[in-house]
Design a protein around this ligand. Sequence first.
Ligand code: BTN
Length: 335
Amino acid sequence: MLKDDIIRELEENKGVPLSGQYLADKYSVSRNAVWKTINQLKKSGYDIVSGHNSGYYLAEENDIISEQGISVALPEKDKDLRVKVYDVIDSTNNEAKRLMISEDIDRMLLVANQQTGGRGRLGRSFYSPADSGIYMSLIYRVPGGVRNPMMITMAAAVAVVRAIEKLTDIKPGIKWVNDIFVGDKKVCGILTEAVTDLETGMAERIVVGIGINVRKEDFPAELTNIASSLRVEDVTRNRIIAEVTHNLLELFDAFDAASFMPEYISHNIVVGKRVGYERTVKNAGIDGSVKTGTEYEKAVGVVKEVCDDGSLLVADDDGIEDRIFTGEIKMGRNA
Ligand code: BTN
């Protein structure tokens, strides 16, 4: 489609004027067709500059998410990744799972400008307004499968942290398990879902869903104290999406916890903090032996360590140590 070709030309030549004649010749269409398409793109929000006789170009600050814009920003080795961009969708994780039912996809990136049913962990919703955030899901077939999807989530947190540190001056932190914080507020959440082979218990394909607040300044009342955004002006969402995706693929393709756990641990903001958590109830049997049940109870304690296997070591107020492998911790006033 001419529209897609012109978006690609503009993304590849950001800031460089392309004449209507050049585009018309290249795609064997009339100059009028080029002009009409440029006008349509402008109407749909593209920040296209058109000077007298100087041609058309995309302003540096243009921030429309597009397949072409992401692909241009991806390094050469990742350019063949299938990418699909939606203006509005219920949830990119939902769409990924729908696609996986009808197609045998090895890897694919789905991105939305807005989600109407964005999902967070533990059944919560994820606030996903238009034009200011990144809502992306990577479908990835894990060669040989993965037994512990939590490690995937931790690698994803490192992928996001690396991207933020490369593209901005921000120093992000990780709140165990997978929230990215700037200061004391959350700017990014990660929801990893797996399609598990019931016989082997291995996750064969995973969907890593990442939501990043990039430019939003005013959050709904219930989120103002807990959520914030990167508030960067000079980096496009396409660029951030491409960097996060590249990092994810690099970490997943050569999956080795040793290559990211030190970074995961050193970025954690939970060590030394007082947190609320849930632990398994340990019942004393009649014979005095300790039986560990599947019941949970609430506890409060101080985090001593994020361990190499991704678990959290917490000491409660009586000095009893607990190792937490899943779930969530509450920090600060919520502990
Ligand atoms: C959390 O903070 O609890 C996880 C939030 C994950 C949000 C992302 S946005 C893209 C993908 N689609 C969803 O519906 N959720 C994830």
